[in-house]
Design a protein around this ligand. Structure first.
Ligand code: FDA
Length: 403
């Protein structure tokens, strides 16, 4: 166990200062303190790990059993490989087991707490405390400067000096949980490029009156679909909401969507729509289209889709061309969202500190020695499903081993 930060002539000195007591910062703190380094974690919020507590609907989807570099978006796709390989999902699962935290796989390798997300925060805080890392909350960082020995910070609680400074302040999503652009500001101060940021894993909004009415009427209805955009596809649920489109399929594809792009939604991902409609026309010529669709979707959704695309009538009355057009709508429904709900509800921020100027092994800045960036502040963003926390653990651990 390391000794706490030392006060000399009104300056608190520590080997390592970590700004941000979130997932990445706490993992870095427990790892570095476990090596005997004096670690001080500073956060402006009144509580550590607020996003962990909110995550996974309160149960924290803390990792994914199938984590692969391909589950991450970055302008530098190779960057995440080294850290992910050196601290894997299995390493975090071992830590979860060490603390007897019960968990389960929900689907697709996504691991959630059986009880509450606070189990994960608690285990991180216990590890930090046992290893001697100190956490100071309600502390605003006012200024940072480089010194011969490392870095010196002016904070609302006084001056702090350290050899290694770790920026773990996350992205811009959910400002009410303490998110700020502080990490980007520090990166720019020390000569780093920051790639444009935008909200990811975020619901879509619609303004087209017909589509808006459909979404509103079907609010709360979920349907299995295959959604595609910019050569990326996800097979998951789509959820209609009063504002537009949400659910895991839409959150996933939102990270690949840019303003003006159309989404292609296949509402019959397990069948060939035209073959199915033509077969039904031959077998059940008198059944109405909306009745047939009501066997696959809810009756309400079937009726509204018919109103949106074509008049519902007995199948025998559709010409081959009309049937083909309906099949096209069902399997390749094209719609252009007006936008997204933005950082207010986004789970993550895409873009951020350019990883081409950061060591992929240690997370150290290539512009300013002793400065490190970890977690979501970097231009590494995971898919939905526990990947973003796995990146926070892996990058936090990589830095924690060397700071
Ligand atoms: P994080 O945001 O966790 O921590 C940053 C810390 O820095 C905060 O404590 C903040 O207060 C502090 N800070 C910011 N600015 C500061 C400043 N100027 N001065 C001092 N401190 C400052 N991921 C996943 O894998 N599984 C899941 O289930 C979910 N669920 C989920 C739900 C919701 C509602 C959200 C918003 C997000 C998720 N995520 C998720 C994403 C996940 O929460 C996110 O990727 C990680 O928390 C990122 O970890 P970081 O430590 O990088 O930042």
């Amino acid at each position: 166990m390391s000794s706490p930060a030392v006060l000399t002539s009104n300056v608190v000195t520590s080997d390592v200062v970590i700004i941000g007591a979130g997932a990445a910062g706490l993992m870095c703190a427990l790892t570095a303190a476990g090596r005997g380094r004096r670690v001080l974690v500073l956060d402006h919020a009144n509580k550590a790990g607020k996003k962990i507590l909110m995550s996974g609907g309160g149960r924290c989807n803390f990792t994914n059993m199938y984590t692969e570099p391909a589950d991450f978006l970055s302008h530098n796709p190779h960057f995440c490989k080294s850290a992910l390989a050196r601290y894997t999902q299995w390493d975090f699962i071992e830590l979860v087991c060490k603390h007897d935290v019960p968990y389960h796989e929900k689907k697709l390798g996504q691991l959630f707490c059986d009880r509450k997300a606070s189990d994960i925060l608690q285990l991180l805080l216990v590890e930090c405390s046992e290893n001697g890392a100190e956490i100071r909350l309600d502390t605003a960082i006012e200024q940072i400067e480089r010194t011969d020995a490392g870095y010196r910070l002016a904070t609302s609680a006084g001056a702090v000096a350290c050899q290694s400074l770790v920026i773990a302040t996350g992205g811009l999503s959910i400002p009410t949980l303490g998110a700020t652009g502080f990490g980007y500001q520090v990166a720019r101060q020390f000569g780093h490029s920051v790639l444009p940021t935008r909200a990811g894993l975020v619901p879509f909004t619609v303004t087209d009156p017909q589509l808006k009415a459909l979404c509103s009427e079907l609010s709360g209805t979920a349907v299995d679909c295959l959604v595609s955009c910019n050569d990326k596809s996800f097979r998951e649920n789509l959820l209609f909401t009063h504002r537009g489109l949400s659910g895991p399929a839409m959150l996933q594809i939102s990270s690949y969507w840019h303003s003006g792009d159309s989404l292609a939604i296949n509402l019959l991902p397990d069948r060939d729509a035209l073959e199915w409609l033509a077969g039904q026309q031959a077998e059940r010529p008198n059944i109405e289209l909306k009745t047939l669709l009501g066997e696959v979707f809810t009756k309400k959704m079937a009726g509204l889709l018919c109103e949106l695309w074509c008049a519902s009538k007995p199948l025998k009355q559709y010409t081959p061309g009309e049937l083909q057009a309906i099949a096209g709508q069902l399997s390749d429904w094209r719609l252009v969202p007006a936008g997204t709900e933005g950082y207010r509800t986004a789970e993550v921020t895409l873009g951020g500190v350019d990883t081409r100027e950061v060591s992929s092994k240690t997370m150290e800045s290539q512009k300013s020695p002793g400065l490190y960036f970890i977690g979501e502040v970097l231009d590494v963003t995971g898919h939905l499903g526990g990947f973003n926390f796995q990146w926070a653990w892996a990058s936090g651990h990589a830095a924690g081993e060397v700071v």
